[in-house]
Write a protein that binds this ligand. Structure first.
Ligand code: GRF
Length: 196
């Protein structure tokens, strides 16, 4: 008897390249279903990604997310088991963290704890890394708690920074690491969390 699939909600605010990779990676996997895309930015590329793959999307509003029900009814309606943040720029409210303990993960485009926290996202991260002439950068996949970029680290991968690297070239290197590793790390978490 096949056990029910694990349902994933992807939270994103931007282009959705990670969301697309994750959707494509699990497309043929009967044990995993990307059930919902949650987005806070009208017109964000990730909404097109959801539409292209016939995945329901919910466009959330600040008040309801932070002061209302946190859209928990939507997550429950889609039987969400795991929340995957992929470029989601709002902090996850306590109400959601309490409802999904140990079930919310995020990817950050730097080697936390360095270069993390409020305001450290996208090109701001790469600018700071380059300005400090770091020899390495990379990605961090971590559990989400009530602070930005702060929960237990699950996985990190690094890339070398060369003299001639720019924000653009570094962002490309980081994105390649993200696309190569995020889906596999998610698959590993699901495997570990599946009841025997
Ligand atoms: C990625 O760099 C990710 O590390 C960060 O936000 C970006 C999302 O990019 N959290 P995309 O929207 O998946 O292309």
């Amino acid at each position: 008897m096949t056990s029910k699939p694990v349902h994933i909600a992807i939270f994103a605010s931007g282009a959705g390249s990670n969301a697309r990779r994750i959707i494509e990676y699990f497309k043929e996997d009967p044990g995993v279903e990307i059930s919902l895309v949650v987005c806070n930015k009208p017109g964000a590329g990730v909404l097109q990604v959801a539409s292209d793959h016939h995945i329901p999307a919910v466009l959330i509003e600040r008040d309801r997310f932070f002061k209302g029900d946190g859209y928990l009814p939507d997550l429950e309606k889609h039987r969400v088991d795991l929340l995957v943040l992929a470029g989601f720029l709002w902090k996850v409210p306590e109400k959601i963290i309490q409802a999904y303990p140990g079930k919310i993960i995020n990817i950050h485009p730097a080697l936390l704890p360095a270069y993390g926290g409020k305001g450290m996202y996208g090109h701001y991260v790469h600018e700071a890394v380059l300005a400090n002439r770091e020899p390495l950068s990379g990605i961090t996949i971590h559990y989400v708690d009530e602070h930005y970029d702060h929960g237990d680290t699950i996985f990190q991968a690094t890339c070398r920074i060369e003299e001639n690297d720019t924000v653009e070239s570094l962002s490309q290197k980081i994105q390649q690491l993200e696309h190569a590793h995020y889906p596999e790390v998610i698959a590993g978490i699901i495997k570990k969390q599946k009841p025997r």
